[in-house]
Structure formats: structure tokens, C-alpha cells
Design a protein around this ligand. Structure first.
Ligand code: G4P
Length: 498
């Protein structure tokens, strides 16, 4: 076990992500939290990972923004004795996969909902990941200064759409033009209007008291109302958050459960950020520390490569600055400069043979064949594809029928990113060929014979993923549901982890 001073460092850490549909107010809320932490001093300082919708066709601009966003990928600051790490997630839905992976590195999440729009698509999808991982979440109903949905309806919607029980912690004094303030339900001001008194009676009758254990199990979300823009309700959220959100929690590895307080260091890589300067191909590999303490210039084991490595310039992220650090603790994110040694999912340890689970791939939404457009550069192309896939830019499947390479993405943008980067970083040229495909499904069955029959019958639709697993490439929803009907003993999974 670590000594008590180090244990205290871990206990005071709160590592979380803010998730929302674009425009719900994630950037504004992040900024206000940083202001409370004294990490920034003026509003408007966080441009963050925000990728403007208008920029979708101009992805060069997006990549520039992604370059800038290295520093804002993690924002650390101290507040009221706690050390807070906010992990930024790209708002653009074409980068949803990045966001899913970031969620594997957090101990909790805050969901921001636009009170005029209610629960939107992206929030629903991200919340599915939280539910899968039993991540504790708090909900911030933002933009109460605008005319929006009724606060009770919003909670009903959140319960139904997000599949989680809700209980309010604060309540809004008015809404829209009449919105003034919020108050804590356990500290109610005197002289409330009859309307508000009616609300309170309803709340007391319907909603359970906040139960921290249920919250920590991911079953109950405390709900806050406010306006990030007007900085109302934000401090209430922050104070409640630091007191109730979990410090780093035990993490399941394949071999055993890892406790954050162990003195043995362990960490896994959840994100690789490429340098946008093509002349200088170095990356930053982001590691979430799961246990112990990380020290600069100390040898650690890179488990997949079975190699000892040490790091002279590890970085941590304070506010919006990247700083070299000598030590970091469980719960923290360290950025390790890398020249191609790391893949997403890699584990570093003090020497133990350990593998962390829980970095699922999701079925992509779009598929294309990738072909070589410059026969002299086959090697460069193969290397480029392989490294970009290690970075998690997209997923590669190889057709079992003809060996052709299929790239799967969540959005059109990634195809453009891949083509550009292959050309500029690897001097390789690629060409895309259309492929009508609905979903990639990882298949599993206890019935070996049925599985073999299926694979034979569907040979032309079978592919292999990066880990050598069988994937059924369904070309339409109809084909998939027919397959599900005909092969009752086969389970079709839409994520690689099951
Ligand atoms: P995002 O990161 O989730 O995409 O959202 P962001 O914070 O950028 O907010 C999206 C828009 O909503 C911004 O307006 C922002 O000012 C506004 N907003 C955020 N919180 C509130 C709130 O509590 N009340 C109101 N009324 N508006 C809010 P914009 O016009 O797109 O950008 P800007 O010019 O204000 O930066």
C-alpha cells in the first residue's frame, strides 16, 4: 500500500468527463468550473475541443483545432482541497469513438442537457456507454434562463431516455425571463411563491432522497438546474460534486482487480494524439493511472512489448497548460511523448503482467474499401494504415473472402482525415471504393457447429478485426435480422466487448 500522504493524494482526486449533445453548454460549463478553480481568470478562455458545426466540410480546420486541443484534452485544477481532472470529449459526432474511449478513463461523468431541447441523440448514445460501465453520473439541466421544458418533464425525460433514476438536488426559482436563482432542496429559503411550494410538495412526494450508494452504483443521478452562461447553479453543482463524486475506484484487469491505493503503478492508454506537424511524427499517448504513483525517469514495463521504458518528459495538464511532471497519482492522466510504441489499450506496470479490459470497439456506421493508389508505395501505405488504426482513428477489417481491407468509421470526416494523413505523414496514396454495409457484428456462440455453418454460408460477408476475431459484415438491417432468426444460437454483438 502507498503511504498515507500518497493515499490522501488519490482520495482527493476527481476525474470526470462532461458529456452532452453539441451546443448544450459543455464548453461554457467547463469554463465556469475552471473559473471557480481559479484555473482561468476570464470567461471565453476555453475554446477547447469545440469543433464548430459549420466546419464539417473544412476538416483541415478541424484538425488544426484538434491540434490546439491537446492542451485542453485534460484540464486539472484544485478546488476546496480536491484535485479535479476534467477530460474533454470532442463534441463532433464523427469523433464519437474518441469520446467512448475517454469515458473508460473517468471515474464519473456530468451530463449537460439543454432544458429547451431535452435529451438529444448524442447524449443518449454516450449515456449508454456510462450505463454499460456503471459510471456514476450527475445531470445539469442547463439554459434555465431560456424558455424551456417544464423542470419535472425534463426529469421524466431524463429517466426514460437515459435509463436512470433521477432525484433533484437543486431547484430553479423561475424559468426563462423569470429565472433568478436556484436553491438547494435541503436548504430551502423562506417565503417561496405558491407555485414553488407546490413544486416542493410534489418533489417531496415523488422523488427519493439522494442516496450516495445508489449514485455510486450508477443507478441514481442527482439533478441540478441552472445556467452555465449566467453562472447560476454552477457552484451548487461543483460543491456537491467534489463531496459526492467518487475518487479513483478499483479497476478490473483480466488477471485481477487493481486497487488505486496499491503501491504498484499501473496505467492504460486510452487515447493517442498525433502531432499535426508532419515533419515531426511524434504523438502523445494519454495514460490513465489506475494504481500507485508514477515517477519521471523510472522504468516501467510496457506489457504488450515486454519491454522496460522510462519517460524523461511526461506531462500533466494543469488548467490549459501542459507541464512536465515528476510524479502523478492514481486518477491522474499523464501524457507520454511517443514515437509509435503505444497502441490504444496498452498497459504500463511496475513489472507485473497485466491487461486492462474495457476499451470496446463499436460497430462503425460507414464502411469503404481502401485501395492503394500508388503501387510504388505499398509498404508506406500498410504502415500508415496500421499506425492510424493503432491510434484509433478508425477500424480495420479484412475480408475473409478476398483479403481486401475495409475501413469502418463513424463519420465521413474520418475517411478524409485518413487520406490526408496517409499522404502527408506516410507519403502514401489511397483510393476509396464504395461498400454498401449496414453493421459489423462480433459473433459468438456455444454451438460450435452452428457457428461453423454460419461462417461457411456467409463466407462472403465474413471479415477479421484487428484482434483476429470473426466479424459478420451485414449489408442491411434485413439481412441481419434474418441471420438472427435463422441462427438462434449465435449472438450478434455491436461492440467488440461482450
Ligand atoms: P457545447 O460546448 O456543448 O457545444 O456548447 P457551448 O458551451 O459552446 O454553448 C453553446 C451555445 O449555448 C453558446 O452560444 C453558449 O453561449 C450558449 N449557452 C451555454 N450555456 C447557456 C445558458 O445557460 N443559457 C443560455 N441562454 N445560453 C447558453 P453561441 O451563441 O453558440 O456561442 P457564443 O457566441 O455565446 O460563444
Amino acid at each position: 500500500m502507498l503511504n498515507s500522504a500518497d493515499q490522501n493524494e488519490i482520495l482527493r482526486r476527481r476525474t470526470f468527463a462532461i458529456i452532452s449533445h453539441p451546443d448544450a453548454g459543455k464548453t461554457t460549463l467547463t469554463e465556469k468550473l475552471l473559473l471557480y478553480g481559479g484555473a482561468i481568470h476570464v470567461a471565453g478562455a476555453v475554446k477547447s475541443n469545440k469543433i464548430r458545426k459549420t466546419a464539417t466540410s473544412d476538416w483541415m480546420e478541424i484538425e488544426k483545432q484538434r491540434g490546439i486541443s491537446v492542451a485542453t484534452s485534460v484540464m486539472g485544477f484544485d478546488y476546496d482541497g480536491y484535485h479535479i481532472n476534467i477530460l474533454d470529449t470532442p463534441g463532433h459526432q464523427d469523433f464519437a469513438e474518441d469520446t467512448f474511449r475517454t469515458l473508460t478513463a473517468v471515474d464519473s461523468a456530468i451530463v449537460v442537457i439543454d432544458s429547451a431541447k431535452g435529451v438529444e441523440a448524442q447524449t443518449r448514445r454516450l449515456m449508454e456507454v456510462c450505463r454499460m460501465r456503471k459510471t456514476p453520473v450527475m445531470v445539469f439541466m442547463n439554459k434555465m434562463d431560456r424558455e424551456g421544458k417544464d423542470p419535472f418533464d425534463l426529469m421524466d425525460e431524463a429517466e426514460k431516455e437515459l435509463g436512470i433514476h433521477c432525484t433533484p438536488v437543486t431547484w430553479a426559482n423561475g424559468q426563462g425571463l423569470k429565472f433568478e436563482s436556484v436553491f438547494a432542496l435541503d436548504n430551502r429559503p423562506a417565503g417561496l411563491s405558491p407555485k414553488l411550494q407546490e413544486d416542493l410538495e410534489m418533489i417531496d412526494g415523488v422523488y427519493p432522497e439522494f442516496d450516495r450508494e445508489a449514485y455510486l452504483r450508477g443507478e441514481l443521478a442527482p439533478v441540478f438546474y441552472g445556467s452555465a452562461y449566467k453562472t447560476v447553479g454552477v457552484q451548487e453543482l461543483l460543491d456537491f460534486f467534489v463531496k459526492n463524486a467518487p475518487s479513483p475506484r478499483p479497476v478490473d484487469a483480466e488477471e485481477r482487480t487493481v486497487d488505486p491505493m496499491e503501491d504498484k503503478f499501473t496505467a492504460f492508454c486510452f487515447k493517442i494524439h498525433a502531432n499535426m506537424d508532419p515533419n515531426h511524427r511524434s504523438c502523445i499517448a494519454f495514460f490513465k493511472i489506475c494504481s500507485g504513483k508514477f515517477l519521471r525517469n523510472t522504468y516501467y514495463k510496457h506489457v504488450r512489448k515486454d519491454q522496460q521504458m522510462r519517460f524523461a518528459a511526461p506531462t500533466c495538464f494543469m488548467a490549459q497548460k501542459k507541464e512536465t511532471v515528476d510524479e502523478a497519482f492514481a486518477g491522474d492522466i499523464v501524457g507520454l511523448p511517443d514515437t509509435g510504441n503505444f497502441k490504444i489499450g496498452d498497459t504500463l506496470t511496475s513489472g507485473e503482467q497485466l491487461h486492462f479490459r474495457g476499451l470496446p470497439s463499436f460497430s462503425p456506421e460507414m464502411f469503404k474499401y481502401i485501395e492503394n493508389a500508388d503501387p510504388m508505395k505499398q509498404k508506406q501505405l500498410d504502415k500508415g494504415i496500421s499506425q492510424l488504426m493503432d491510434e484509433g482513428v478508425a477500424q480495420l477489417f479484412v475480408s475473409q473472402l478476398n483479403g481486401r481491407k475495409i475501413i469502418g468509421t463513424v463519420g465521413q470526416l474520418q475517411f478524409e482525415v485518413i487520406q490526408y494523413r496517409l499522404e502527408h505523414e506516410y507519403q502514401a496514396k489511397c483510393r476509396w471504393e464504395p461498400l454498401q454495409m449496414y453493421k459489423a457484428c462480433w459473433i459468438e456462440s456455444d454451438d460450435e457447429a452452428e457457428l461453423e455453418t454460419f461462417k461457411k454460408r456467409k463466407a462472403q460477408y465474413m471479415a477479421t478485426d484487428k484482434d483476429g476475431r470473426d466479424v459478420f459484415m451485414a449489408d442491411s438491417g434485413y439481412v441481419l435480422s434474418m441471420a438472427q432468426q435463422d441462427y438462434k444460437h449465435i449472438t450478434f454483438h455491436f461492440t467488440s466487448e461482450f
